[in-house]
Design a protein around this ligand. Sequence first.
Ligand code: FES
Length: 107
Amino acid sequence: MAFIDTSLKLEQIPPGENRCVKLGEAQVGLFHLKDGLFALDNLCPHRGAPLHDGFVVDGVVTCPWHQWQFQVKDGVCRNIPKVRTAVYPVEVRDGVIWIDLPTPRLL
Ligand code: FES
């Protein structure tokens, strides 16, 4: 695990909005909720839709393709709880977003 500089500033993601950032092979969805910034594997575990294109209500993102729902804070699928998308630690350093990714995803 290693924190990676996304070069994206927190001010570029207004509260209530989502973004996708590509880091090596990884696509990370960033979700700015009212209680913080959260990072998920952006590819839906069902068929790979970009989760950052989904809409978020009460901390739950709805996949834009088939409407599976994922809790943004822990990645658990509301439809099938044994399914989850990865959640990554996030830090904001001097206004810039850093994400802690597993090393293999950076290759
Ligand atoms: S691709 Fe996300 S629910 Fe099907």
